[in-house]
Design a protein around this ligand. Sequence first.
Ligand code: MN
Length: 262
Amino acid sequence: MRILLTNDDGVHSAGLRALAEVASRHGEPIICAPDRERSACGHGMTLREPLRMRQVETASGVPAFEVNGLPVDCVNLALHELLPNGCDLVIAGINNGPNLGWDSTYSGTVGGALEGSVNRIRSLAISVAIYVEDAPAHFETAATWLENAWDWLTTAPLPDYTVLNINVPSIAWTELRGTRSTRMGTRTYEDRVEKRQDPWGRNYFWQGGVVITGNEEPGTDVTAVSEGFVSVTPIRMDWTDHASLVSLERHIAAFARESRVG
Ligand code: MN
């Protein structure tokens, strides 16, 4: 089994190394990842700059290539240049930080996995849900979970263009309560933009903010992880809101009738 590994934390990150160790036990992994941290780039891709790829040594010992781009760039370059005969699985991660709820849409980790699915390859995104800055990331818990779940993850019935977004609570393996299949929760922030002044009195801004908690519904990824479960959320490329499509059609038709009468 040929396995392409990527991430948005950079080719030398500890989470990618932990992922490579698991993947090595199940097939022939190859790493193609950004040359530096590129978090929150979503499904973005590089169009206006030349991309360069070069082989690098990483602690994982797996063949590894770095790209001066984003996870989507890495997946596409790898499939074009490194895996001319295709590959069987794309895994993005193990991300240092949660990719839960609406944050999934900002996630470069999820973006990399989505690009695998665009190429009709089974794709997974896996993240360690660590909430406190500088708290230890339990990559080993996520790696052990992945090792245990490998067989069902790689055989789960998934249509084309659907990926699994996995979040593992950053706790010890023995504290993990289990696994839940989940839907995407909400995750909203307050104080999103912080305005500051530089020494010359000019304004500058940082984006970040504080997650608003306490309004989560059962069945979501956010709730599962907060209760100590691994969340596995199927997400898909098709963003269409199918319910709204029906009501929109009716609405447009009603206006068309009115304007004919008028
Ligand atoms: Mn990241």
